[in-house]
Design a protein around this ligand. Structure first.
Ligand code: NAD
Length: 269
């Protein structure tokens, strides 16, 4: 679709808004003058300008929303209600995209008085253009709204459409997921140090291993099971490690902490 005339406003110019706007400008799919952003904090405004190349940044949410086609709500969930109430009067005919964790479509229907809302769950690797996001469409979205959503989030990663009832699972897998992987990288690197490696070398080897393995899955080089089999010789080193992982219930442990995140997401919703 032709997005060259689309005007987009970010309400809240923090980390995620900076990642999306910066990524879109970098991708060449959008130009900086298509964006407006608002933020109450001077530090956030300065950071956003520096990182995204978007200079049209103001403090007035209503003014910023008035002349845009799409409003991206990128404030913290606790600020969502206040912000929506503030801008609702100028958003009757606009597509609203929320990236706030936990806030349901139903809540936005009430706050805006219409159902042209898309709820997106992104994650922080979007900052390096390798995000993993999922979205659910509100009941009054037009078919072109989905294309608009894809045009905004696919340049900064992958995005899947899901039913809204699956958003807690998405939050638990990919929303909170980067933290699990950071913990894994840290533990793998520390274990390497324990085996005698230099910390910088071990951290780099661990991070690059996760990156490379993830790329192999992402590029359909095989299923995780097939790829595991391919690096495991009978009674070899990987086999010894895998036996130990099984004994320690590695998989079951992951199920448990993902379930904890999903349950917390349900509680917050
Ligand atoms: P952030 O704190 O970096 O950015 C939020 C910005 O909103 C801040 O700069 C703040 O000054 C500004 N703000 C607050 N009140 C405002 C108002 N009334 N008007 C205008 N601006 C206002 O937060 P973030 O990490 O970018 O998260 C943004 C949203 O993305 C959140 O709702 C969060 O749930 C969601 N999200 C974050 C992550 C993550 O890992 N960071 C992942 C998925 C979803």
């Amino acid at each position: 679709m032709d997005t060259s005339k689309l005007k987009i406003t970010f309400i809240g110019a923090g980390k995620m808004a900076t990642a999306i706007a910066g990524g879109l400008v970098k991708s060449g799919k959008y130009t900086p003058n298509q964006f407006t952003a608002t933020d109450k904090s001077e530090a956030s405004r300065e950071h956003f300008i520096e990182k995204s190349q978007v200079t049209n940044i103001i403090q007035d949410n209503i003014q910023a929303s008035k002349f845009s086609d799409v409003i991206i709500l990128a404030v913290k969930p606790q600020q969502i209600e206040e912000v929506c109430k503030e801008i609702a009067e100028v958003c009757h005919d606009k597509l609203i995209i929320s990236i706030a964790a936990g806030t349901k479509l139903e809540t936005f229907y009430k706050l805006f008085g219409h159902k042209r809302i898309i709820r997106v769950m992104p994650n922080t690797p979007m900052m390096v253009g390798i995000g993993a996001s999922a979205f659910s469409m509100g009941e009054q979205c037009k078919e072109t709204d989905k294309d608009i959503c894809l045009s905004i989030f696919s340049p900064v990663g992958k995005i899947h459409q899901v039913e809204e009832r699956h958003m807690d699972a998405v939050t638990a897998v990919s929303g909170s997921g980067p933290a699990y992987v950071f913990q894994f990288i840290k533990a793998l690197a520390d274990a390497g140090v324990q085996q005698g490696l230099q910390p910088e070398v071990s951290l780099d080897l661990a991070a690059q291993t996760v990156l490379g393995a993830a790329m192999m899955v992402s590029l359909n080089q095989g299923t995780p099971e097939e790829l595991t089999k391919a690096v495991t010789s009978p009674n070899g080193t990987t086999y010894a490690a895998l036996c130990c992982m099984e004994q320690l219930q590695f998989k079951e442990t992951i199920y448990k902490f993902v379930e904890a995140a999903a349950n917390r997401s349900i509680e917050l919703g």
